[in-house]
Design a binder for this molecule. Sequence first.
Ligand SMILES: Cc1cc2nc3c(=O)[nH]c(=O)nc-3n(C[C@H](O)[C@H](O)[C@H](O)COP(=O)(O)OP(=O)(O)OC[C@H]3O[C@@H](n4cnc5c(N)ncnc54)[C@H](O)[C@@H]3O)c2cc1C
Length: 385
Amino acid sequence: MRSVLVSGSGIAGLTTAYWLAKDGWKVTIVEKAKGERLDGYMMDFYGNGWDVAEKMGIEEKIRNIHYPIIDVQIVKNNGQKYFSFPVSRMIKALDNKYRPIRRPDLEHILLGEVKKFPVTILYDTVVKDLENTPALVKVKLSSGIQRSFDIVVGADGVHSNIRKLVFGQESLFSHYLGYIFSFFHTKRDKSIGDNLCLYQEPNRQFGMYPYSENEMDVLYVLKSKEHKRMQKSEYKPFLTKEIKGMGWIAEEILENTPSEKVTFLDTTEQIRMDSWYKNRVVLVGDAGACPTLAAGQGSSMAMTEAYVLTKNLREFEDIDKAFKGYQEELSDYVSKIQIKGAKFAKSFIPSSTLGVIFQRWFMMVAMSPLFARKSLNWFTEKKIL
Ligand SMILES: Cc1cc2nc3c(=O)[nH]c(=O)nc-3n(C[C@H](O)[C@H](O)[C@H](O)COP(=O)(O)OP(=O)(O)OC[C@H]3O[C@@H](n4cnc5c(N)ncnc54)[C@H](O)[C@@H]3O)c2cc1C
């Protein structure tokens, strides 16, 4: 029986674990978090990732997740609606193969599928050291356990530990796209109703949506030249400074949220690598090819990559051939999404008031009943599975 260690139980790690376990591999997952991650943000889920979900038979589970969100509403600085469009329009435009879904909810569905197999999941555990030989990978875990595996899959996100251990430090591969973002969940502000509300002003964006009767997620995206990583204790003070004077209720919401709830802040870094594998270690998802939130397809890419990697491991007994097949099948697809994402990032949040007005107008036309299908299909990378 072939054995694999998967580092990370996000979308990429769980999808990889599912397919390999189904193919009879002995799968062990190590996950840095202390348990299943419950924090997260809403994602647009569609495209090739949806096709993988269908192959896994989980598309109805995804469709059955409901949030109290009817419309996407673009608001002015006094909170008044500028324009809105129903989420149902997006679902229809993408032929019911689209859902807005929070990352932890998709991960929960994937975890349920993984648990159908005898997979070992070690939470609160990371790889401390590894020796990547042509014959096997010797791994030392933070728990002190030492073991060997046929392959190791690095699915531990944009700041991947496996990438650092095997390929080198992050700065060799990361390309900053100009934004800092922070999300957290907090008490639902009733003024947003059943809407995903977005407010934009030059260089700053603020969004909120309810995900249950009493709770909502909040997301700030800020244009910034600086992109240093911060400690958790710095998140709220940094955000408070950066959103000073911001319109609508952007300041009030942050002020009323306790510091310990502001749990996530990061910079938009695309990870671009010439090769996603070395000997018996391979990267999947954001670890090897993070497209950033500007691409709007990272979860879909993560599932597609996991599917194609495991398909190649099924087709080729030889690990090198399998990894090569994975790289060759996907490098074009990945670079197209990354290039589009980097281009989109340039105009994602305009720097001038005129730019913001133009953006709103453009979005209103793009999401109108006449153009929604065309716009969303332009954004979606072509079908490859
Ligand atoms: C604000 C925001 C909005 C987004 N919107 C969209 C969208 O609309 N549509 C879309 O498709 N995508 C979107 N994305 C991108 C998408 O969320 C990611 O591309 C996707 O989650 C990548 O999955 P992953 O499994 O590769 O990485 P991750 O989700 O980062 O998972 C990595 C896992 O590895 C674990 N880990 C980290 N370090 C270690 C370690 N040292 N050892 C063990 N485990 C470790 C983490 O705890 C985590 O469980 C968005 C991203 C952001 C930030």
